[in-house]
Design a protein around this ligand. Structure first.
Ligand code: F6R
Length: 605
């Protein structure tokens, strides 16, 4: 969370910093700030709220200077106000920070005793004090190195100095930092997307690295202060496509492009002429895998829950799904014959990254399923399967979820085939069915208007439940997460069979309940659970591929998804739930792309 940017150029940088900060707003949007060196002095300007507010301030009080740093904040230490907004500056140094300094209390006391005073409640301001202090006795490299050595926790930093007015410093431990190379200007940014309008040549700092940007060159150093070289990647033009087009917001664009993104993903992995899945050289021979562990957070975790059902269905491998923030601290028996799969849209989620690191440190073979292929998780994994969804900007994950499920499904089928767990005819049929997913998604997307109508039932609800069994259960959980994060209505995803063990007590007259009831082997049982809800006054939105008229009189609304094989109808059940969350939020006037208190890339624990 939080986004940082830094630029050193041969021209004024404030407009470019603002442009980059707008691209980084998905990482945090409760305050914003900028520092430049103007007439030999540090010129810091910051405000609470969005980058638009900062832009207005700069319009009235322009900030010149050909080097500078900028920040968008997602508050961790201290409320989101102007004082706590970054940058944090002294007379001689100005700092922006993404991450958490875990020993900040101790450092604050130490530097208070040395005579430094602090204006903000942030953990970041200790870095300003430390750099200011080291600068009194050290050269620049030692000043940076000694400061970084004393910091505990995770960070990406951008720093400018009054007395080194030709450079910007970047540093990384735990939080991502990209470096961009331009003509007579160079950049740092929390991701390459922020830098894309300025350059397509990108490098990445690894943990412990720091860099010094000059306008004509970039120097990289490792944690031992040794100069190092970095590989430079060229972003493809496709990596750069990230605008709303004709859509009102990124989320509706991202929902509506899911037939295209799934098609792209499937095409990347399928050899159509042989009807074969092109996934080779897994880090463990599929025949030797004893267990699969899937690890992720939030929506990505729901894709793992889904995959658990598929892996159990199609292979003889034992499987577990884990929430990364729990897994990383548990005393899990790490076995080298188990395959560990880490799923993350951003590839930067701190807990997922830490869980992956724990496996790597124990010589466990890992596979990363990511959207951002140059991300930290992709770079650390032994084997990477991209989801090819293109940039996802809306904070609520939609097309990445579908993409994660596609890749996990492909991987399941491939492992199953390699192990001989599935017969070849069934495999061929499932692969053929898989190729129909994009057009089935397209058909489901065309029914958005139906959901718009029912969304009104939810806007005044004090809570709601999403119910499903089998493959539909993880989708119910994901649907509930989408509604709560976008519309701030309490929602729970429940296994329909669990209702009578407690949650049924929540059902009262008028409560909206979403029931996922595809015509699979659980259909009759789900219908019974739905009846129990209706009998207690629940207003049911049923989502099904069943075309019969039975039950219709008792159901408030029935949303019809196209018929398909029951192992893949999860893809289709997901679409109306995304629309539902979207339209409820729209009716409640919520900020669709930037829900309150959240951020897209969760780079703190
Ligand atoms: C919810 C959502 C989050 C993310 C979670 C993991 O809509 O987007 O729950 O899924 O923060 O993020 P990634 O996939 O980037 O690791």
């Amino acid at each position: 969370m939080c986004g940082i940017v830094g630029i050193v150029s041969n021209k004024s940088v404030s407009a470019s910093i603002i442009r980059a900060l707008k691209k980084l707003e998905y990482r945090g949007y409760d305050s914003a700030g900028i520092s430049t060196i103007t007439n030999g002095e540090i010129n810091e300007q910051k405000c609470s709220g969005r980058v638009d507010n900062l832009e207005k301030i700069l319009f009235q009080n322009p900030s010149s200077g050909d080097l500078g740093i900028g920040h968008v904040r997602w508050a961790t230490h201290g409320i989101p106000n102007q004082v706590n907004a970054h940058p944090h500056s002294s007379e001689v140094v100005s700092v922006v920070h993404n991450g958490i300094i875990e020993n900040s209390d101790k450092l604050r006391k130490e530097y208070e005793q040395k005579g430094y005073s602090f204006k903000s409640q942030t953990d970041t301001e200790v870095i300003t004090a430390m750099l200011t202090d080291f600068l009194k006795k050290e050269d620049l490299i030692n000043c940076i190195h000694k400061t970084l050595e004393k910091l505990e926790g995770s960070f990406a930093l951008g720093v400018i100095f009054k007395n080194f007015n030709n450079l910007v410093v970047g540093a990384r431990r735990g939080s991502p930092l990209a470096v961009g190379f331009g003509h007579d200007e160079n950049f740092i940014g929390s991701d390459s997307y922020a830098l894309k309008s300025m350059t397509n040549k990108i490098s990445y700092l690894d943990d412990g690295d720091f860099c010094i940007l000059y306008k004509e060159k970039v120097e990289f150093y490792n944690s031992d202060k040794k100069k190092i070289n970095k590989e430079i990647f060229e972003l493809s033009s496709e990596d750069n496509i990230a605008d709303k087009g004709d859509y009102k917001d990124f989320m509706s664009k991202e929902i509506n492009e899911q037939s295209t993104t799934t098609k792209k993903c499937i095409n990347e992995y399928l050899d159509k002429s042989r009807n074969e899945i092109n996934i080779f050289n897994l880090p463990i021979n599929p025949k030797k895998i004893k267990k699969i562990r899937l690890i992720a957070c939030g929506t990505a975790y729901h894709s793992c829950l889904m995959a658990k059902y598929w892996i159990e269905e199609f292979t003889s491998i034992d499987v577990e799904s884990d929430i990364a923030s729990e897994f990383r601290y548990r005393k899990v028996k790490l076995d080298p014959s188990d395959l560990y799969i880490f799923v993350s849209q951003s590839g930067e989620t701190a807990d997922t990254y830490a869980a992956l690191k724990k496996c790597k440190e124990n010589k466990i073979k890992t596979c990363g399923i990511v959207n951002v292929v140059e991300s930290s998780i992709a770079r650390l994994s032994d084997f990477v399967l991209p989801i090819h969804a293109g940039p996802e900007i809306g904070v609520a994950s939609t097309k990445a979820f579908i993409g994660q499920m596609i890749v996990l499904y492909l991987l399941t089928l491939k492992i199953s085939k390699e192990r001989g767990d599935i017969n070849l005819d069934e495999y061929a049929k499932l692969v053929l069915d898989l190729r129909k997913i994009p057009s089935l998604i397209e058909e489901t997307l065309s029914k958005q208007k139906d959901i718009q109508v029912i969304a009104r039932d939810f806007i005044n609800a004090k809570g709601t439940m999403y119910l499903g069994r089998g493959y539909s259960y993880p989708i119910a959980m994901e649907g509930a997460l989408k509604l709560k994060e976008l519309s701030y209505i309490h929602a729970e995803g429940y296994a329909a069979g669990e209702m009578k063990h407690g949650p049924l007590a929540l059902i009262e007259d008028g409560i909206p309940v979403v029931v996922l009831a595809p015509k699979d082997r659980f259909f009759e049982k789900t219908i019974s659970n739905m009846q129990e809800v209706i009998a207690r006054g629940g207003k049911v939105l049923m989502i099904t591929d069943d075309t019969s008229e039975t039950m219709s009189e008792n159901i408030r609304f029935k949303f019809q998804i196209p018929k398909t094989n029951s192992t893949i109808n999860s893809f289709l059940l997901t679409i109306p739930l995304q629309f539902l969350a979207y339209h409820v939020a729209l009716l409640k006037n919520c900020d669709i792309d930037k829900p309150r208190n959240l951020a897209k890339s969760v780079t703190v624990e």
